[in-house]
Design a protein around this ligand. Structure first.
Ligand SMILES: Nc1ncnc2c1ncn2[C@@H]1O[C@H](COP(=O)(O)OP(=O)(O)O)[C@@H](O)[C@H]1O
Ligand SMILES: [Mg+2]
Length: 153
């Protein structure tokens, strides 16, 4: 099922992200699509907030993959991998293979910015979120959510 909503502010996007975060569990893969400034990192931070991660979430920039450990009190999963492919415009086969191996483990919650660059290796149950800039403060957020994620609505 595909659902589209308009966010009129960063705060609205954050609230949306926190709700998504609360509904995720171990092994879930969230792929984010959209141009620079669309709000992918804002959404990832808010999803992490919803999962109980309070600080340290930023664009991975040169590290490409960042790992965040979830608080013990949260049962959702042990950790989050935040993968940002912004600087990997043309990923090599070896790199794509590496990411594929990460995803295959399913031992974390995965969030991938610029996911179009590795879209061909995303498993069919990937939660895909498309963000589109409408104007300075408005974003269209489209999510293909799954039946086992009823709270993402
Ligand atoms: N409705 C909105 N939702 C999310 N971000 C917004 C919105 N309106 C304005 N912004 C701004 O857009 C920028 C999004 O940046 P960022 O999340 O880093 O984008 P991306 O990771 O997609 O390149 C931020 O500066 C944020 O304040
Ligand atoms: Mg970003």
């Amino acid at each position: 099922m595909v659902k589209s909503t308009l966010s009129h502010s960063e705060e609205e996007t954050r609230a949306f992200g926190r709700e998504i975060g609360k509904s995720l569990s171990n092994g879930d893969i969230v792929a984010l699509f959209g141009e620079l400034g669309a709000g992918k990192t804002v959404l990832v931070k808010a999803i992490c907030e919803g999962l109980g991660i309070v600080e340290g979430v930023k664009s991975p920039s040169f590290t490409i993959i960042r790992e965040y450990i979830l608080p013990k009190s949260r049962q959702a999963a042990n950790k989050v991998y935040h993968i940002d492919l912004y600087r990997v415009a043309d990923p090599s086969a070896i790199f794509v293979r590496e990411v594929y191996e990460y995803l295959r483990e399913r031992n974390a919650i995965y969030m991938i910015e610029w996911a179009d660059r590795i879209e061909h290796i995303l498993p069919p149950d990937t939660i895909k979120i498309y963000m589109k800039i409408i104007d300075e403060t408005v974003r269209e957020i489209t999510i293909n959510h799954l039946n086992h994620h009823p709270s993402i609505s």
